[in-house]
Design a protein. Structure first.
Length: 362
């Protein structure tokens, strides 16, 4: 069987190329958007400068980057528009002085934009367009976006660090699929990739966002830099890894396939994020705070854990292994491990979501 490169750019989509919308997973993502609502509205009201931002443009342009194909993005966009409209109202501006809104829904090219369009409310107050492509590149003409939003997406790396896949590197991640429980060089390679990706993201946004423009970002994070086995996500990854190891021992998966497979997700600490943003220097941090503390894994019944995980990760597996039956077996084994021993999933979760309000510096 052919072993595929694990570059996230080459797959062109994570969630969309095999990952499925699973109600429990969507509910968690929606929970993040709802948790951000109050802070998002408060910070937009405080920081959206109508006279400066809007003097040269007829419409306000909003981009939701890494929007996926579900209803979450529509909700987030409505929150942003509500916040801007109430800002106009608070300044005594009447209805016909409020701007028109253009909303760009961004995700990778193979995202299921058609499904996303079915969630658009028929009576929406904005013009909608899909914006396919990686958010690690400029997405629209220079200085044209007023507000960028992103939720639960900026922990997806642009690619798996090369050293992690290189048998000659000390960071080679033999027999493992992530930095959880791996040796420190693997963790360092992931951290360096995250740093590089965030810097690329900020430089790309510095091009397409207007001076004074805002970015409202909800970013999955952990309290210390290590995504430990004490987190729900860390535990899931380890169980998945053990399923793949079992299948390798049985000869269903080759050692080479296992060694070249890694999950491209990184969870930073808040301090790490601050350091990256300040070093990049193109955006000021206007606000930063925890909006979700811990992941209430107990809300998902044990028998549904595999399904939820497959919904989020299925695309990554599909791209690498290119064999639906094999992938079904991985997640069936996962389901068996957690139902046979639910203790496998008991942990104190340190995963959280950080809300950031950034402003493009002059
Ligand atoms: C966990 S989903 C979050 C979706 C949505 N924002 C929400 O809150 O429901 C992460 C999304 O980020 C997208 N994504 C990952 N890397 C991306 C990239 N480089 N450019 C654009 N989208 C990306 C994935 O395709 C996926 O749809």
């Amino acid at each position: 069987m052919e072993v595929q490169s694990n570059s996230l750019f080459s797959h062109q989509s994570q969630a969309a190329s095999g990952g499925k919308s699973i109600p429990e997973n969507d509910a968690y993502l929606k929970k993040v958007v709802i948790a951000a609502e109050e802070k998002l509205k408060e910070e937009i009201a405080k920081n959206f400068d109508i006279t400066k931002l809007f003097n040269s443009s007829k419409s306000i342009r909003i981009a939701d980057v890494g929007c996926s194909n579900g209803s979450t993005t529509v909700l987030a966009v409505e929150n942003i528009i509500d916040a801007i409209k109430s800002k106009y109202k608070s300044q005594g501006l009447v209805e016909d002085q409020t701007p028109e809104f253009e909303v760009f829904f961004n995700d990778l090219e193979s995202n299921d934009f058609n499904t996303l369009f079915t969630f658009l409310p028929p009576n929406r107050e904005y013009f909608a367009a899909a914006l396919p492509g990686s958010f690690y590149k400029p997405l629209l003409p220079k200085q044209s976006i007023h507000i960028v939003h992103s939720s639960s997406s900026l922990n997806w790396l642009s690619e798996i660090p090369k050293e992690v896949r290189d048998p000659n590197s000390p960071a080679f991640n033999k027999g493992k699929i992530h930095y959880v429980n791996a040796h420190k060089e693997v963790m360092e390679a992931y951290a360096a990739q995250y740093d590089k990706d965030w810097n690329t993201f900020l430089c790309a946004r510095a091009q397409d966002v207007v001076v004074g423009g805002l970015m409202a970002l909800s970013v999955p994070a952990v309290s210390d830099v290590k995504l430990s086995l004490d987190t729900h996500t860390g535990r899931n990854f380890l169980i998945l890894e053990s399923c793949l190891t079992d299948m390798t021992k049985l000869g269903v998966i080759s050692e080479e396939q296992l060694d070249s497979f890694n999950l491209g997700l990184y969870h930073s600490s808040p301090e790490e994020l601050i350091e990256i943003i300040e070093r990049n220097g193109m955006f000021s941090i206007e606000s930063m705070g925890k909006i979700v503390d811990g992941f209430n894994a107990k809300a998902i019944p044990v028998e549904k854990r595999a399904l939820v995980l497959k919904g989020g990760m299925g695309g990554i597996f599909k791209r690498h292994f290119r064999n639906d039956e094999l992938i079904d077996e991985v997640f069936d084994r996962f389901a068996k491990k957690v139902t046979d021993s639910p203790l496998n999933l008991q942990c104190t979760d340190h995963k959280m979501v950080i809300f950031l309000l950034l402003k493009r510096k002059p």
